[in-house]
Design a protein around this ligand. Sequence first.
Ligand code: NIG
Ligand code: FE
Length: 422
Amino acid sequence: MGDLIIKNIAQLVTMRGPNRLRQGEEMRDVEILENGYVVVKDDKIIAVGTGDVYKNYLENHTAVVDATGLVMTPGLVDSHTHLVHAGSREHELTMKLEGYSYLDILKAGGGILNTVQKTRKASFTELYDKAKKSLDIMLSYGTTTVEAKSGYGLDVDTEVKQLEVAKKLNDTHPVDIVSTFMGAHAYPSDYKDNHEAFIETVIDMMPYIKEHGLAEFCDVFCERDVFSYEESLYLLEKAKEYGFMLKIHADEMDSIGAVDIACMLGCVSADHLVETKEEDFEKLAKYHIVANLLPATSFNLNKGYAKARKMIEAGCGIALSTDYNPGSSPTENIQLVMQLAGLKLKMTPKEILTAVTINGACALNREKEIGSIEVGKKADFVLFDVPNIDYLIYHFGINHVKDVYKNGKLVVHNQRVCYKEE
Ligand code: NIG
Ligand code: FE
């Protein structure tokens, strides 16, 4: 009956409950089973419980793993990353230390545009190899599903190249990838004074990307000096007409109405939300828009943090992600994000776990398949070498993963990836 049984789990964080965004106080309502077990058949979970009831599922061929002293959570979901890109931007670190802001660097043709130049020149294989390395790191930290945005091409060939790399990695790598088209990430230098023409260029890319199944979501960097309120609204309206689900980079540096766009168009998530006006929190809650917070970006840019406590009080449903990218958040480490959420956003361990599991799944429209350990869901889970969930947030800056299972298969053992290459 069972192919794999994990037994004697010290704390089994199931996240069982409704397959929808957990909002406000619900984020703290987390089931933790002591001395738990999970039974897997093929790639799915077929039983969850406590004690020795697992014995009913034993067969001759069943593999049994003893998880005494370990904590198990659902596979972590990193629902906002810029995974596929070329190169790195460590030279900007010194500029930032000298006082240049992120947007100053972008205006001077650096920042995102620096990565665009490199990504345009890179071959498919170069992009694939670099992204694969990052996916291995993510997996070794417990991430089993990741979102990946384009947006370092800003021309049709490179945007498609980035999305095709993500598609191939989704086929070959154990981590599941959900792709987002983000042609509206910055204005390329040759369109600096011709925004209208660039916006039409981005819109012209949409049907091809949709028809070839290269992205489920479309995202826009709605920000002062980047894509204005009107431009972002227009782009996302068009994306919706072409059948994309929507996301928006909202209020990262300045608040220019991105939350209103999210509410008007029914964005699945609004991301960043550092400068969001407090009266907008209730709107996010009312429209069940995932508030996707990215504290590693605040940390790395040395900026303010999103007001997570007030958001939760207003009834928002929060997800947490790395925003992994070569500029504002060069880290694949979702555990660091969880620890920053505890230390800087004042979220509790239970809220944090909700944010990186079921609410992350909601941000990717995957809440029926992943995000909790319950019968029928994918057998994606992480065993952490920690005595309890508080410890995971408290002891910061190191990797607490012991093993990771993806679709019922062991893919990380003692922190090392061990999946078979396809
Ligand atoms: O989410 N804000 C826009 N995009 C990314 C940064 C991308 C980059 O700097 O390369 C972000 O922070
Ligand atoms: Fe981002």
